[in-house]
Write a protein that binds this ligand. Structure first.
Ligand SMILES: Nc1ncnc2c1ncn2[C@@H]1O[C@H](COP(=O)(O)OP(=O)(O)OP(=O)(O)O)[C@@H](O)[C@H]1O
Ligand SMILES: [Mg+2]
Length: 586
C-alpha cells in the first residue's frame, strides 16, 4: 500500500475520471463504426442476466472496500485509528463499570511497515461468548441504541481495526479477557469472515496465570506507518490525557520509549443516565417504525412511554392538534395520520431533554488537564449550559492556553542577529503554536481527541468565524488567528453528529454552531483581557525605561540652569527616580 499521508479529497479522482478533450476526439474518430446498422445493437444485458448477478453485500465486504470511511485510508492514519478505537472502548468500559481506568498502549515494530498494536485495560472484561462478536463482527455493540454519552456509538470501531489488520497482514488478532478474580482469563485468536460478517475462531484457551484480575487486552498486527507530529499516536495519547484527567496511561512508542501519563484526579466522571429520544428530534420514518414496534396500546400512552419529557398534558395536546384520538391503537395509525402526528409534535411546546445523559469535563478539570500537559502563561476554561440539536442534548466546553514561557520561538544568533528558532522536527509537537503560526485547535468529541479532517469540522469553522482581533490576536481574513495559543473545544453529546463513520469531524448543525460561537466568544473575552493587560504593562514598562534613561540627563541640565552643586544634582536625580518608582503599577 502506498504510504500516502494526506487524506483523499474529492479531487484525487479527477485526473483519472476526466480526460475530457481526448475522449471527444476519440469519439469523432470512431464515428463511422458507430453508424453501423441498429440491428447489431444487441442488448448488452437482460434483466435476467442482471438478476443473476444481484446479491446481498455483507457489511464487512462493504467496509473492506471502503475502509477510508472508517479511518483506514493511509498506513499512517491506520495506526492512529486502531489505537484510538481500542483506547476509546477501554475508557468507555471502565467508566460504565465504575473502574478508574489504567490503560497501556504499546506499539512494537514487527517488520518493514508492520507494527503490533497492543492495548490493555483494567475494565470489567468481556464475557467469553461475546468476544468473537465484539472483535469479529461489524455493526455489533452495546452503544448504538443507547442515548447517553459514550465515546463509541456505532458498533464498528474495534472490529474494523481487527479487519484492517487481517487484511494487510493476514494474521489473526489476539484477545485476552478476564471478567473477575474468580474467573479464568481466556485467550482467543481469531480473524473475520468478511463474506459472512462473523468471526473465524482459530484458537481458544484458558490462561492460568494472567496478571490482572479483570480487563481486556487486544493485540492487532497491521501494516502501518509511525511518524511523530501533530497527528501522531503520541499526540493522541497526550491529548487523551488532557481531556481524561482520571486516566492513568502508559505508552510505549515503537522506539521502545515509555511515557506515563499520571491521573490528575481519582474521581471518575459522574455516571451518565440513558434517556429516551426527545420528540422534537424524531424523523417521520423513525416515528412510523416506532408506532409499529411499540407495545403500548394507546397513542397517548405511546407518546408518554417512548419519548422523554412528554406528560399527559403534552400527549393530549399533540393528539388534539393531529386530530387523532388519544385512545387510537398505535400500530394502526396510517401513514398520513403519522405525518399529521409528526407535524403536531413539532408544533407542541415540549421542555428540553434532561442533561443527566451527558457528562462534560467541567471548567476545573479542563484547566487542570491543560496545565498538566501544556506549559503556558495564561489559562482559561468554560462550560456552556446544555443545548439541543435534533432532539439530542449537547454541551460545549472551551479552554485556552496562551503564551510560551521561555520565549516565542526567537533566538539570538552568534553574530548577534535575532532569528526564528529552528525546529528540531518540522512537525512541531508543541501544543501551543509559535507566535507567528496559526493557533492550534484541540478538538474533542465526548473526550476523544479528533486529529484529522480539521478543515471539514464545525469547530474549525466556528474558530475561524470568531473575530479574534477583538481579543488581541492577529487574524488574516477567513483564516485561523495567529499567536502562541492553543484552543481546546469539547462537544459532549448523546450522539455526536460526525461527518463520517471514521468519527473525525463534526457536522455543521446551526444549534451547535451557535453554542460554539458563544463559547469561543466568552473564552476569547477572557483572553483579550489578559492580552490587553499585558500590552498595557509592556507600554508602561517601555515608557518608564525611556524616562529612567533620561533622568540623569535632566539632572545635568538642571545643574547647568540652576547652578546646582554635584550633591544637589544627585539629590534631584534621586528624587525624580523615587517619584517614578512610587508611581509604578506593576
Ligand atoms: N475493552 C473492552 N471492554 C469491555 N467491552 C468492550 C471493550 N471493547 C469493546 N467492548 C464492547 O464491544 C462493543 C463493540 O465495540 P466497537 O468498538 O466495535 O463499537 P462501539 O464502541 O460500540 O462503537 P464505535 O464503532 O463507535 O466504536 C462495545 O459496544 C462494547 O460493548
Ligand atoms: Mg468503540
Amino acid at each position: 500500500m502506498a504510504p500516502s499521508v494526506s487524506a483523499p479529497t474529492l479531487f484525487d479522482d479527477v485526473p483519472e475520471m476526466s480526460p475530457a478533450k481526448p475522449a471527444k476526439k476519440a469519439k469523432k474518430e470512431s464515428a463511422p463504426e458507430e453508424e453501423a446498422p441498429p440491428a447489431a445493437a444487441k442488448p448488452r444485458a437482460s434483466a435476467e442476466d442482471m438478476a443473476g448477478r444481484q446479491r446481498e453485500i455483507s457489511v464487512s465486504e462493504f467496509f473492506t472496500k471502503n475502509r477510508h470511511l472508517l479511518g483506514f485510508d493511509s498506513p499512517l492514519k491506520a495506526l492512529l485509528t486502531a489505537v484510538k478505537e481500542a483506547v476509546d472502548n477501554s475508557l468507555d468500559a471502565c467508566e460504565e463499570a465504575g473502574i478508574l481506568p489504567d490503560i497501556s498502549v504499546e506499539i512494537t515494530p514487527t517488520g518493514e511497515d508492520r507494527f503490533k498494536v497492543a492495548v490493555e485495560d483494567n475494565g470489567p472484561g468481556i464475557v467469553k461468548d461475546q468476544i468473537p462478536k465484539v472483535f469479529g463482527k461489524l455493526l455489533y455493540g452495546s452503544k448504538f441504541h443507547k442515548l447517553s454519552q459514550t465515546r463509541g456509538q456505532q458498533g464498528i470501531g474495534i472490529s474494523a481495526a481487527c479487519m484492517y489488520g487481517q487484511l494487510t497482514t493476514g494474521k489473526p488478532v489476539r484477545i485476552v479477557s478476564r471478567t473477575g478474580k474468580k474467573k479464568p482469563a481466556y485467550e482467543l485468536l481469531m480473524s473475520m469472515d468478511t463474506a459472512r460478517n462473523r468471526a473465524d475462531l482459530h484458537d481458544e484457551k484458558e490462561l492460568a496465570d494472567w496478571h490482572s484480575p479483570h480487563g481486556t487486552r487486544v493485540e492487532i498486527e497491521m501494516e502501518a506507518r509511525y511518524q511523530k507530529g501533530l497527528r501522531s499516536v503520541d499526540m493522541y495519547v497526550k491529548q487523551t490525557a488532557i481531556a481524561n484527567p482520571h486516566l492513568e496511561l502508559t505508552y510505549v512508542d515503537p522506539g521502545g520509549q515509555k511515557s506515563v501519563y499520571e491521573r490528575a484526579t481519582k474521581t471518575l466522571p459522574p455516571p451518565v443516565e440513558e434517556i429516551k429520544p426527545h420528540p422534537h428530534g424524531v424523523e417521520l420514518g423513525i416515528l412510523i417504525a416506532m408506532l409499529k414496534e411499540t407495545t403500548c396500546r394507546s397513542l397517548a400512552g405511546f407518546l408518554q412511554e417512548e419519548f422523554v419529557r412528554v406528560g399527559a398534558k403534552a400527549a393530549e395536546e399533540i393528539c388534539a392538534t393531529a386530530k387523532l384520538s388519544e385512545k387510537a391503537y398505535p400500530s394502526r395509525i396510517a401513514r398520513e395520520e403519522a405525518a399529521a402526528l409528526h407535524a403536531a409534535i413539532q408544533k407542541t411546546r415540549i421542555s428540553a431533554p434532561p442533561t443527566t445523559c451527558i457528562s462534560p469535563i467541567g471548567e476545573a478539570l479542563v484547566l487542570a488537564g491543560l496545565k498538566k500537559e501544556i506549559e503556558a502563561d495564561f489559562y482559561t476554561a468554560l462550560t456552556r449550559p446544555a443545548a439541543v440539536y435534533r432532539g439530542n442534548p449537547f454541551q460545549i466546553e472551551v479552554g485556552i492556553a496562551y503564551g510560551k514561557p521561555g520565549g516565542v520561538g526567537l533566538e539570538l544568533t552568534e553574530e548577534g542577529r535575532i532569528t526564528k528558532k529552528k525546529k528540531e522536527n518540522e512537525a512541531s509537537e508543541d501544543l501551543v503554536a509559535d507566535a507567528d503560526e496559526p493557533i492550534r485547535i484541540l478538538r474533542y468529541a465526548n473526550r476523544v481527541p479528533l486529529l484529522y479532517q480539521q478543515a471539514a469540522c464545525a469547530v474549525t469553522k466556528a474558530v475561524i468565524q470568531t473575530d479574534w482581533r477583538r481579543y488581541g490576536l492577529t487574524q488574516p481574513k477567513g483564516a485561523l488567528p495567529i499567536g502562541p495559543c492553543a484552543v481546546l473545544v469539547h462537544i459532549a453529546s448523546v450522539w455526536v453528529p460526525f461527518t463520517s463513520e471514521s468519527k473525525e469531524a463534526i457536522a455543521n448543525y446551526p444549534e451547535i454552531q451557535k453554542e460554539l460561537r458563544l463559547a469561543l466568544m466568552e473564552a476569547g473575552r477572557q483572553l483579550g483581557t489578559y492580552i490587553r493587560k499585558g500590552q498595557r504593562l509592556r507600554k508602561e514598562f517601555d515608557k518608564r525605561s525611556y524616562i529612567e534613561k533620561y533622568i540623569p540627563h535632566i539632572g545635568i541640565a538642571l545643574q547647568e540652569i540652576l547652578d546646582l552643586s554635584v550633591a544637589e544634582r544627585d539629590g534631584t536625580v534621586k528624587t525624580l527616580e523615587d517619584v517614578l518608582h512610587r508611581s509604578r503599577k506593576f
